[in-house]
Design a protein around this ligand. Structure first.
Ligand SMILES: Nc1ncnc2c1ncn2[C@@H]1O[C@H](COP(=O)(O)OP(=O)(O)O)[C@@H](O)[C@H]1O
Ligand SMILES: CC(=O)N[C@@H](CCC(=O)OP(=O)(O)O)C(=O)O
Length: 287
């Protein structure tokens, strides 16, 4: 009963804001812990379905790093990361594609379709959506890791026009047709920029950007993107949050109106951030 009351409160608070976003594209990066727990997964998908039902156009770009690592360990392969990017040899890129494009992508599609809403799962290979070049990292060869050079939005736009929710796996190809593994944060920010999305939302496993990582009360609710490099230099933003915050900044620079980092583990955080004035996570904005 408590749960229903909480849900009703979320909806009542959200209602006055809903029509303002009619028809806008909202890109959601879904990954990390928020994607591992089954109950959380179902609740996130419910929120995305609600967004679709009220006339928004959600586009899901998903990760699945933990699932790739689990599958690699099953075949006796250890996962290695440089600057938050998986070192991806020939065997690893095949596993990454199978896990992301096959398992994770289709699981999300099915969860959406359980609500009688149509979804189509693609990877960046389909419709040449994500074209990449090999990512160069000084001092290392990280293998088949792609840096996005072009987003071809044709297929995704066709799906949106036909009322499907596109679900995109971060796999792309280079000019030779070789397959590359792409960090899902970068994929989401490039796709949101190319679609001129109204909003880009990163669902992760913390409340947002915290001044003190051990104190959830230190949440920074709004960040001007010009402040991001300072926060990184001061060590406030560190580790896996560095690429995410950089993606938030680049989303704004590419023309996305607002970018949000939210705790995907908290029920309805997506609805609260999108549809209420106060919001719950960190919102990035441009000058
Ligand atoms: N200032 C900060 N605020 C919040 N989280 C931070 C901060 N600096 C570093 N982090 C770390 O970044 C992590 C999120 O990045 P990451 O694990 O790569 O997310 P995901 O797997 O969802 O893509 C948090 O769990 C936290 O440990
Ligand atoms: C190059 C690179 O690191 N690719 C990522 C792709 C998946 C991902 O980004 O998943 P999360 O968002 O769940 O972390 C990887 O192999 O883990």
């Amino acid at each position: 009963m408590k749960k229903y009351i909480q849900r009703a409160k979320v909806l009542v608070e959200a209602l006055p804001y809903i029509k303002k976003f009619n028809g806008d594209i909202v890109v959601i990066k879904y990954g990390g812990s928020a994607m591992v727990d089954e109950a959380i997964k179902i609740s996130v998908i419910q929120d995305i379905v609600l967004m679709k039902l009220v006339g928004l156009k959600p586009v899901i770009v998903h990760g699945g790093g933990k699932e790739i690592s689990n599958m690699l360990s099953k075949i006796g392969k250890e996962s290695k990361f440089i600057d938050g990017l998986r070192v991806t040899d020939d065997e690893t890129v095949q596993v990454a594609e199978m896990v992301l494009s096959g398992k994770v992508n289709k699981d999300i599609v099915q969860l959406i379709e359980n609500h009688d809403i149509n979804a189509v799962g693609i990877s960046g290979k389909d419709g040449k959506t994500l074209k990449v070049a090999k990512k160069e990292v000084a001092g290392y060869d990280i293998g088949y890791v792609g840096e996005i050079t072009k987003v071809n939005t044709g297929l995704v736009e066709t799906l949106l026009e036909n009322e499907y929710i596109p679900v995109i796996a971060p796999i792309g190809t280079d000019d030779n047709g070789d397959t590359y593994n792409i960090n899902a944060d970068y994929a989401a920010s490039s796709i949101a920029g190319a679609l001129s999305a109204e909003k880009l939302v990163f669902l992760t496993d913390v409340e947002g950007i915290l001044r003190d990582i051990d104190d959830s009360a230190s949440l920074i609710s709004r960040i001007d993107v010009s402040e991001v490099p300072n926060y990184i230099d001061q060590g406030v933003i560190s580790g896996g949050m560095i690429p995410k915050a950089e993606c938030c900044a680049s989303g704004i620079h590419k023309g996305v109106k607002s970018v949000h980092i939210l705790d995907g583990r908290v029920e309805h955080s997506l609805l609260l951030e999108i549809f209420t004035k106060s919001g719950v996570g960190t919102m990035f904005y441009g000058a």
